[in-house]
Design a protein around this ligand. Structure first.
Ligand SMILES: Nc1ncnc2c1ncn2[C@@H]1O[C@H](COP(=O)(O)OP(=O)(O)OP(=O)(O)O)[C@@H](O)[C@H]1O
Ligand SMILES: [Mg+2]
Length: 234
């Protein structure tokens, strides 16, 4: 069943249209990659889905219910969490405090979620009293994703979670994301490490200049000569 559907999204900033009728779908428990060159609108698409940027046209549905125009603080309550590309942690707070912040709208007991985050990211358990600003880039990304997991989302929107990380560390983080996906959380991920992300995903979308350029099963995209040459650094 389709969990998230963004249909024919038109959006932008001020008067500048960035997305020109872009569509993406994510099924329940699916992992889907969005790839494309710098400035192609990947982050804008994530922000539009999450209600941070207004959709001028088109619609966003979660489980066939419209969430078009629903603001972020309400979207999170419906089971969508978003980890932005930048400024996604509170650097002056500890790991533990960041995870608590992730859960701040919860009134119930979230010790189970906390346990699950530390299970997937054991490095964070060791550092739970440390200030996040002092952690490595990879660990800061783990904190950002961990905080998003605190609300037990149905789907995580991840915008370049491996940005700036060395290749082996990026691979490790992507494998962790797959682990989160294997627990039943759907993932919509924007990645520069396009090949690695596609290999872990069932499907992918290539965005170029604010439009859907290619869409397909990951294997088909990985084997497509044009996609390979233009977007996978082939
Ligand atoms: N807040 C903003 N105000 C005005 N223009 C913006 C804003 N954010 C992004 N843009 C413009 O929108 C276009 C798409 O940007 P976006 O960040 O969505 O691309 P992207 O695919 O995520 O790129 P990258 O790979 O560099 O992260 C770019 O031309 C960018 O300059
Ligand atoms: Mg971006």
């Amino acid at each position: 069943m389709t969990l998230l559907a963004a249909e024919d999204i038109v959006s932008g900033y001020g008067k500048v249209e960035i997305l020109h009728e872009v569509s993406v779908h994510v099924k329940e428990e699916e992992m889907v990659s969005i790839i494309g060159p710098n400035g192609s609108g990947k982050s804008t698409l994530m922000k539009t889905i999450f209600g941070m940027v207004e959709a001028w046209e088109g619609r966003v549905d979660l489980l066939e219910e419209s969430i078009t125009g629903v603001p972020p603080h309400k979207v999170v309550r419906k089971g969508i969490c978003y980890v932005p590309q930048e400024r996604n942690v509170f650097p002056s707070l500890t790991v533990e405090e960041n995870l608590d912040m992730g859960a701040f709208i919860r009134k119930d007991d979230y010790s189970g979620e906390l346990e699950r985050v530390y299970e997937i990211f054991p490095a964070l358990l060791e550092k739970k009293k440390q200030t996040v600003g002092n952690l490595s880039g990879g660990q800061q990304q783990m904190v950002a994703m961990g905080a998003a997991m605190m609300l037990s989302p149905r789907i995580l929107l991840l915008d370049e979670p491996t940005a700036g990380l060395a290749p082996n560390l990026a691979k490790m983080i992507l494998n962790k994301i797959k682990e989160i996906n294997d627990t039943g959380v759907a993932i919509l991920i924007v990645e520069q490490n396009a090949k690695e992300a596609l290999k872990l995903s069932s499907r992918g979308y290539v965005l170029a200049m604010g439009k859907n350029k290619f869409t397909g099963n990951s294997n088909d995209l990985l084997e497509n000569a044009e996609v390979e040459k233009l977007y996978l650094g082939g």
